[in-house]
Design a binder for this molecule. Sequence first.
Ligand SMILES: Nc1ncnc2c1ncn2[C@@H]1O[C@H](COP(=O)(O)OP(=O)(O)O)[C@@H](O)[C@H]1O
Ligand SMILES: [Mg+2]
Length: 254
Amino acid sequence: MAQRLSKKKQPRREERVLKEQVKVEEGVFNTRTMLTLRRLFSHAIISSLDFIISSGKEADVYMATAGTKVDAEFVIVKIFRVETSSFLKRNVYITGDPRFGKIKGSIYHLVNEWCKKEYGNLRIASRIGANVPKPYYFHGNIIAMEFIGTDGTPSKRLKDVRLANPKETLDEILRQIKLLYSASLVHSDISEYNILMKDNKPYLIDFGQAVVLGHPESLNFLRRDISNIVNYFFKKYGIVYDSDQLVSEITFEK
Ligand SMILES: Nc1ncnc2c1ncn2[C@@H]1O[C@H](COP(=O)(O)OP(=O)(O)O)[C@@H](O)[C@H]1O
Ligand SMILES: [Mg+2]
């Protein structure tokens, strides 16, 4: 498993090259984002930011080449867009989560909180051994995390694959949901878009909206997660599972 390793400093020449690479991006990112990106280089989390693999409503996801502090070839860099206003809709996942106080101030602040929350959720999930990208670093509106993929190609989303053993995969996804629940986490946005398939194993991603059980809506979010994934497997593979029963099974021992 990838982890931070060497504390070695980058060679000076390499550093100069990196600075050039950051400059190239300068037209694309705002100044704050640029400064945060520079931290990823100076902390040797990445050695180059290579290309974009997804541009969503709130965040862009980039492939990067790992720096010397990361024991892997590639790193995923998720950059939350500060200009976006669709964040305001997502406030519900933060308001009510006992880990967050009242969020005040600018959209920038809200985006930072969101990003911090995704990082914190990934930390909890990876600590308990869930199939999630290991988080490497977080600052401001940027998270660096483990690349889920093979030979430099990101793994496909559940939505984009035809599974050979769908029942096995669904059972594994439910097992992951249960594991998260045992650590008081509810993903709250489980769907065929937020699950990557690598070596026939499902990896849950996109933990920004995950909440702890202290959130007043957590049980409703869990119910929604279960019924979304169960419905997906019913429609695509004809598998019939009883969502209510699954929810009872997952919540029973807690
Ligand atoms: N750790 C990762 N490894 C490989 N690909 C990833 C990773 N994280 C995100 N992606 C890719 O980027 C896409 C968007 O990431 P996601 O975290 O779901 O952001 P969004 O908030 O835009 O939905 C994913 O569907 C996936 O294709
Ligand atoms: Mg997503």
